[in-house]
Design a protein. Structure first.
Length: 261
């Protein structure tokens, strides 16, 4: 009875590991046995496919060779029917490829690593639905703080001070008061800050003040002082006090002028 070559013998023959004393007989059997020859072709095809994938997976040659040799040695220990042998061989090939894939996945630029990144990893990403409750609505924006007033000050000239407001807005509010110190000054607030200031010895001129507030400071030590609004003397220093000379007009007729404490 012509016995077929065992799985281990055939695998060892293909791997070049068959002892020299057994090789001639195995080759002669292959030449005359169609079933064993077909099995050898199948084994060779599986080996070539495994080697190609291992090479493409960036697995070092010594590692791949050791894995294939281990598979061959294990296969030689099995002496069963060819159907079971082929299944065992395929399982061994899958194991080798799995090990190769794990090794290759750790190598930057390898095809296996790229396949894992493009195919496996994106499937694990979860897209979170926006949660309207996660971030509270921002608080209402607070109004900007009032800007600091602008102004200018001078020293009296010969004890005299003159403050002149030109083209002042009719809704402008002017307040004059006496202050300690030796300087006269003008402060503009709100829309009156649009005004331009000019100075001369003992004189402050305020041009184009808007509908805000103007505060005029007159030194108590000044010998004389006047405040003119749109061509009219509205406030004058009388001794140790200030006096309003032109009463405030009706709303919209002219700037409101008063004396502060």
């Amino acid at each position: 009875m012509n016995r077929h070559l065992a799985e281990g013998t055939l695998q060892a023959l293909l791997d070049g590991e068959l002892p020299p004393g057994e090789r001639p007989a195995a080759e002669a059997h292959l030449a005359g046995c169609g079933e064993c020859a077909a099995a050898a072709r199948e084994l060779r095809a599986v080996n070539e496919r495994a080697a190609a994938i291992l090479a493409g997976g960036d697995v070092a040659a010594p590692v791949a060779q050791a894995q294939m040799s281990l598979r061959a040695r294990r296969a030689r220990q099995r002496q069963g029917h060819w159907g079971d042998a082929r299944k065992a061989l395929l399982r061994a090939a899958v194991l080798v490829l799995a090990l190769a894939g794990v090794a290759a996945a750790a190598v930057p630029g390898s095809p296996v690593r790229d396949w894992l990144v493009q195919t496996v990893l994106p499937a694990r990403k979860a897209t979170l639905a926006p949660d309207a409750r996660r971030a509270p609505a921002p608080p209402p924006r607070q109004a900007d703080a009032p800007a600091a007033p602008t102004g200018i000050s001078i020293r009296p000239d010969g004890g005299a001070v003159r403050v002149v407001l030109t083209r002042a807005n009719p809704r402008l509010q002017v307040t004059a008061r006496l202050v300690d110190g030796d300087r006269a000054g003008v402060l503009a607030r709100g829309r009156a800050m649009s005004a331009r200031f000019r100075t001369a010895p003992g004189r402050i001129e305020v041009v184009d003040a808007g509908a805000g507030e103007i505060e005029v400071e007159i030194p108590r030590a000044a010998r004389s002082a006047t405040v003119e609004v749109n061509g009219r003397v509205s406030v004058a220093k009388d001794g140790d006090s200030l006096r309003v000379l032109a009463p405030a007009g009706a709303p919209g007729e002219g700037p409101a002028v008063r004396v502060g404490g």
